[in-house]
Design a binder for this molecule. Structure first.
Ligand code: CP3
Length: 341
């Protein structure tokens, strides 16, 4: 069964662009909030395969997107390596801080297989519950973005600690990125073996780096991940999302060899199109705030993106995740508009 989503990633322009939305499973859906309350905390939800698979499928049942994304989190990788992680209500993730090379030794790769077992079971259950024409997206964080959360000990406005550390302790920081890169390969390979049709690397904070450090900590690790996975699974496309990478997007795609690339909301779509090969699938760009706003503004923004990407491989998506107060009816209207395109 051909999947329009995978055909777009193979570089084929689709008569009607496939569509999914970042954070399509989440707090804006009442049925998500119900399961989330049942699970107790967020990590419990991510490690209870029946509930995680259910939450993954909820938006597909309601809206019929062309792809489902595994319900998990980019921080489940450091969690699986034995690094502490908790999600404080209303505060976001909290982790121990990474300070020096010695801390890298505390990441225990030996426990990874057991720790990720429930997540892989979610992949299997989801694939079994998903119609054959829809794709299942596995994912991980970009090693740099995961390192950001470890070095900062959670979220950050400016990532000052991480950015300074990359200069002050280049060898130590490189060691952390290298370990996360290899663990990410193991983790994504396992998701593919469990049934993921494609995998995506969320490098949400890639754009905070200077161009030289972007090469070092975003492009290099991504190129290695794409290369190793590409040799093991030649038919499984990798999607990159180097958020806020601006003018470096062309270089990122060319050097890493990703099949598809997420375009954030700040990037001018015309710039991205003119700097990327016609064989690479573009994904994204719709402002999540336009989706929150709905109505004529949402229709106009959506029509503009559809028009600009009409003649190339393209996957309709947002430029970042759905905002929690978004009315589900706005999502329904958006999917309907893309379907009619
Ligand atoms: O539907 C999907 O997109 C699949 C699941 C998914 C989640 N997180 C679920 C989640 C995916 C792909 C992610 C990726 C993720 N997680 C990123 C990269 C994308 C991005 O948004 O930039 C990052 C940086 C994280 C780290 C993270 N997880 C933060 C900062 C937070 C707290 C902020 C928030 O939105 O609550 C999370 C928690 C999280 N991850 C939630 C969900 C649905 C909310 C948890 C809840 O239910 O309370």
């Amino acid at each position: 069964m051909t999947k329009p989503f995978l055909a777009a990633l193979a570089g084929q322009r689709q008569p009607r662009p496939p569509v999914w939305l970042m954070r399509q499973a989440g707090r804006y859906l009442p049925e998500y909030r119900a399961i989330r309350a049942q699970a107790g905390d967020f990590i419990a939800l991510c490690t209870t395969p029946e509930l995680a698979a259910e939450v993954t499928l909820q938006p597909i049942r309601r809206f019929g997107m062309d792809a489902a994304i595994l319900f998990s989190d980019i921080l489940m990788l450091p969690w699986a390596l034995g690094w502490g992680l908790r999600f404080a209500e209303g505060e976001g993730p909290i982790l121990p801080q990474w300070n020096t090379e010695a801390d890298t030794a505390r990441l225990d790769t030996a426990r990874l297989p057991d720790a990720i077992a429930p997540i892989l079971q979610t992949v299997r259950l989801t694939r079994a519950g998903l119609e054959p024409h829809r794709a299942l997206i596995g994912f991980a964080g970009g090693p740099f973005t995961v390192a950001c959360y470890m070095v900062e000990g959670g979220g950050s406005k400016d990532h000052a600690r991480t950015r300074a550390l990359a200069y002050q302790d280049p060898i130590g920081f490189r060691g952390l990125i290298d370990l996360l890169t290899e663990a990410t390969i193991t983790y994504l390979a396992a998701q593919i073996e469990a049934g993921a049709d494609t995998v995506m690397l969320f490098d949400s904070w890639a754009g905070v780096l200077s161009p030289l450090l972007f090469d070092e900590h975003v492009i290099k690790p991504t190129a290695r991940i794409v290369d190793v996975l590409g040799r093991r699974f030649p038919h499984v496309p990798v999607i990159g999302f180097p958020r806020l990478s601006g003018t470096l997007i062309g270089r990122y795609v060319e050097v890493t060899g990703v099949c598809g690339v997420g375009i954030d909301t700040a990037t001018d779509l015309r710039f991205a199109i003119s700097h990327l090969s016609d064989l690479v699938a573009i994904q994204g760009n719709l402002d999540p705030a336009a989706l929150l706003a709905g109505g004529a503004a949402l229709q106009r923004e959506t029509a503009r993106i559809l028009r600009l990407c009409r003649d190339r491989p393209f996957i309709f998506n947002l430029g970042h995740g759905i905002l929690p107060p978004t009315p589900p009816e706005h999502v329904a209207a958006l999917i309907e508009q893309v379907r009619r395109a």
